[in-house]
Design a protein around this ligand. Structure first.
Ligand code: ASP
Length: 579
């Protein structure tokens, strides 16, 4: 391959195929950089060696497809190009064939090309020729290869589940496909293989995996696509620990293979509650320190109205230390106050350590004890800033989490380590949907409550914790799963709590309930978003950069023009009318 030639190949004959990257015509000799997915190599086309090759090289333009037979030789010392992996050698062309011509591409096929994304997506096959795109997609292939080899070794069976199926609710809108043979009926594209993988457990295939395409018809955000890929697995006769251990081994293998270094195992675990206490949300990024401290007790007998009122309504005082940010200007502090106000917080209190004392707008209202409590509680070093918010646990959690993320960016706080992989476990089984006035599953309706809550399910549903786990990588949720309900009566109780009438439950999930009656083993599993995982591993900001043919924010494929209208004949056959 073009990019693989090195000094040791000097003197050998090679046949290379690739695209003309650049052409330099030096009167007598034509130099072509020939490119394939491994890189570039310089071809030297000398009329004295091969007049025919020289003539073709002279005519070739960028992105022409060539085959070249020639001899690898060392470049003269002054012509060595240290910026190129193949820069010490070149290929003296003896024979060239133009396999195809090319029009001038609408943008340069170069690293870091500044072309507009819409244009890149319209000509995706050209965009994908760029080295950074090739790197990302080749890395993607390496990730799935590592996953497959690990899971195969562990005795998992790779199985496919249907794409034309019945709705499997994971909390999003379904894409639907009309049935021609049964007019008026629709398939749904799977939001995940959830129910099929559970059925496979019931069928006795106790370790399943699939690199599965999933579809969710949601409004797209920067890191979402209407179709995406999941590494989906399920195991029988396991508890949550065993699923997590299996996954840790898999991630270790992936990291080893694509980053050259494995992970420190076991991965840390935080309960959902603890994660909220320490980082304000359930997607903690442990590359940074700065945990949240609860300072409420320090202000129990505060004379300040602000604090008194907050504590009376059951509020809290919580804050964190801005690690390494010392003696900021008043302007910077005011900007933080402004940012906090934007999050809905009435007031952000900042403090700056000055010896054993502190500087703060509230300083003169604080007792010596309170000041000491703040300095120690937050662990402030000399000159460092602490940020404190008042509010309920939920309010302060959400706001502090956002403030923490904001500060990491604003102050360019450096990570302590390149990777943070952490499990967040024991999520509440339900959450309350204020709009619809009903309970909703936090994960999905098939997640098992922890056994200790089984007899209190109906009494205090919001207090029930589930046997669930999410894997958070560098502050983004990369996947999650749970131990599933494997008993029909429990599944029916959960459906009832979710407000699903008996009739509706049977209509939607009758097949699952029935299957649970025929010897369903205890089982659990997990799924990971491959796209997001590859995005993180490739150090990209945009999920579209790790998908060969992604869709835009409005769900369009700019290359093929999907979604598109269909012929009236097709509509008639489906008995549909397009509006
Ligand atoms: N089916 C779940 C999801 O797609 C993952 C799981 O519970 O295994 O998020």
């Amino acid at each position: 391959m073009c990019g693989e030639l090195r000094e040791e190949h000097a003197g050998t004959e090679v046949v290379l195929c690739g695209w003309v990257h650049t052409r330099r015509d030096h009167g007598g000799v034509v130099f072509l950089d020939l490119r394939d997915r491994t890189g570039l190599v310089q071809l030297v086309c000398n009329p004295e060696v091969s007049p025919a090759s020289h003539a073709l090289a002279h005519q070739a333009r960028t992105e022409y497809v060539l085959a070249c037979r020639g001899e690898v030789r060392m470049r003269p010392p002054e012509a060595v190009n240290p910026a190129l992996a193949t820069g010490k050698v070149e290929v003296l062309a003896r024979e060239i064939k133009v396999l195809n011509a090319s029009r001038t591409p609408p943008f340069e096929i170069q690293e870091g090309v500044a072309a507009d994304e819409a244009l890149r997506l319209r000509y995706r096959y050209l965009d994908l020729r760029r080295p950074e795109m090739q790197e990302a997609l080749i890395l993607r292939g390496a990730v799935t290869r590592a996953v497959r080899s690990y899971l195969d070794e562990k005795g998992f069976i790779e199985l496919e589940t249907p794409v034309l199926t019945k709705s499997t609710p994971e909390g999003a809108r379904d894409f639907v496909v009309p049935s021609r043979l049964q007019p008026g009926r629709f398939y749904a594209l799977p939001q995940s293989p959830q129910l099929f993988k559970q059925l496979l457990m019931i069928a006795g295939y106790d370790r399943y995996y699939q690199i599965a395409r999933c579809f969710r018809d949601e409004d797209l955000r920067a890191d979402r696509q209407p179709e995406f890929t999941q590494i989906d697995l399920e195991m029988s006769f396991v508890d949550a620990d065993e699923v997590m251990e299996t996954v840790e081994g898999m991630f270790d293998r992936v990291f080893r293979q694509v980053r050259g270094e494995g992970l420190e195992l076991p991965l840390p675990r935080l309960t959902w509650r603890r994660s909220l206490e320490l980082y304000g949300d359930d997607r903690p990024d442990l590359r940074f320190g700065m945990p949240i401290c609860d300072l409420t007790a320090i202000f129990a007998s505060s004379g300040l109205r602000l604090f008194q009122e907050e504590l009376q309504r059951g509020g809290m005082v919580r804050g964190f230390r801005l690690e390494g940010v010392t003696s900021p200007s008043r302007k910077v502090l005011d900007e933080l106050v402004e940012f906090a106000r934007g999050l809905g917080s009435a007031g952000l209190v900042w403090v700056v350590r000055e010896g054993e004392d502190l500087r703060s707008p509230l300083a003169r209202h604080l007792s010596g004890e309170e000041k000491k409590g703040i300095l120690e509680g937050l662990g402030l070093l000399e000159g460092e800033v602490g940020l404190i918010l008042l509010g309920t646990f939920e309010e302060t959690s959400e706001r502090l989490a956002r403030l923490r993320r904001h500060c990491v960016e604003k102050f360019g706080i450096g990570p302590r380590k390149p990777w943070s992989l952490v499990w967040v476990v024991d999520f509440p089984l339900f959450e309350w949907d204020e709009e619809e006035k009903r309970y909703k599953s936090n994960h999905h309706p098939f997640t098992s409550p922890k056994p200790e809550f089984l007899d209190r399910l109906e009494e205090e549903p919001l207090k029930v914790l589930s046997d669930s786990y999410d894997l958070v990588v560098n502050g983004s949720e990369v996947g999650g799963g749970s131990i599933r309900i494997h008993q029909r009566d429990l599944q029916e109780r959960v459906f009832r709590l979710l407000g699903l009438g008996e009739e509706e439950a049977r209509e939607k999930f009758g097949f699952l309930l029935e299957a649970l009656d025929y010897g369903a083993p205890p089982h659990g599993g997990v799924a990971f978003g491959l796209d997001r995982l590859v995005m993180l591993l490739a150090g990209r900001e945009n999920i579209r950069d790790v998908i060969a043919f992604p869709k835009t924010q409005s769900g369009a494929d700019l290359l093929t023009g999907a979604p598109d209208v269909i012929y009236p004949q097709q509509l008639r056959e489906l008995r549909l009318r397009a509006t």
